[in-house]
Design a protein around this ligand. Structure first.
Ligand SMILES: C[S@@+](CC[C@H](N)C(=O)[O-])C[C@H]1O[C@@H](n2cnc3c(N)ncnc32)[C@H](O)[C@@H]1O
Length: 263
């Protein structure tokens, strides 16, 4: 098996039938069956590139990649694992929003951020992720508390979230996977639609000196001004901070966190 150079192995193929296969719905959410809709059995994570790449194939391949990652690894054995998302929590608290703030963790996966938000008493929490397996793992870990959270399995570049729904948008290590400008544009449109005017947007990506790949997929790396530029004039950059993340295998990864307010 090949390492991606950041201490993480590409996912193993799950031949046990535990992986669930995606069937996107028109509203951007996804249903599942155990029947593969694409070529199960190939190593996920390396997209077929080149001209003529079918958009839908790419979409399903990416989802398949993430389902296989979460089906083949413990949630604390992935490179992005944090026992506690301390900086995210600090930035959320620093918004000054109360415990009834509507908070969405976009691409939250199986992150422990939601556990700490629940434990801190936040009452209106949503976790959205492309991978149903990741959400299931987080739900299991939370036990009864999971009922206090809204879970959305969807692609953030396709989903239609309620308008003016959220006070705080949080994303750690998802926006940087959007290498296609059209996907980034769709993402920003969704932020503009679903975050209330005056709302708070916290986005963390790999920094300019961060890794070139994450989970075997290519990523974008940003300086704070470049990340802010992606969002445009409707967002005011109030703070940015770098963080060195230590992976479970001891590798160091540079992240940048940007905190903006939507005008
Ligand atoms: C590197 S992990 C980060 C997970 C979590 N935010 C954390 O910090 O622990 C990236 C996550 O983004 C999800 N993801 C990737 N592309 C996505 C998309 N287009 N829409 C929603 N989620 C996506 C993956 O399933 C995965 O859980």
């Amino acid at each position: 098996m090949q390492s991606n150079g950041h201490g993480e192995q590409p996912p193993e193929i799950n031949g046990t039938g535990h992986a669930r296969f995606p069937h996107p719905n028109p509203d951007g959410t996804t249903s599942h069956s155990t029947k593969p809709s694409q070529d199960d059995g190939k190593v996920a994570g390396y997209l077929p590139g080149g001209e003529g790449t079918n958009e839908r194939f790419r979409e399903l391949h990416v989802k398949d990649h993430w389902e296989k990652v979460y089906a083949s690894k413990q949630t604390d054995a992935v490179s992005w694992f944090q026992p506690h998302a301390d900086l995210s929590l600090d930035l959320i608290r620093a918004t000054g929003m109360g415990l009834n703030a509507a908070i969405i963790d976009v691409g939250g996966g199986a992150s422990t951020l939601v556990d700490d938000l629940v434990a801190n008493g936040y009452g209106d929490l949503t976790v959205l992720d492309l991978s149903g397996g990741a959400l299931e793992a987080a739900r299991k870990r939370l036990g009864k508390q999971a009922a206090r959270v809204q879970w959305i399995e969807a692609d953030i570049t396709k989903v239609k979230l309620d308008a003016n729904r959220y006070d705080i948008w949080h994303d750690r290590a998802v926006f940087h996977f959007l290498t296609d400008p059209a996907d980034r544009e769709a993402y920003v449109k969704t932020v503009l639609r679903s975050v209330k005017p005056g709302g708070h947007v916290i986005v963390a990506t790999f920094a300019e000196d961060g890794p070139l790949q994450c989970s075997g997929l290519p990523v974008m790396r940003y300086r704070p001004d470049e990340l802010h530029d992606q969002f445009g004039e409707s967002f005011v950059l109030l703070k940015h901070q770098k963080e060195t993340h230590k992976t479970p295998f001891g590798a160091m990864q540079q992240f940048v966190y940007c905190y903006c307010r939507r005008s």
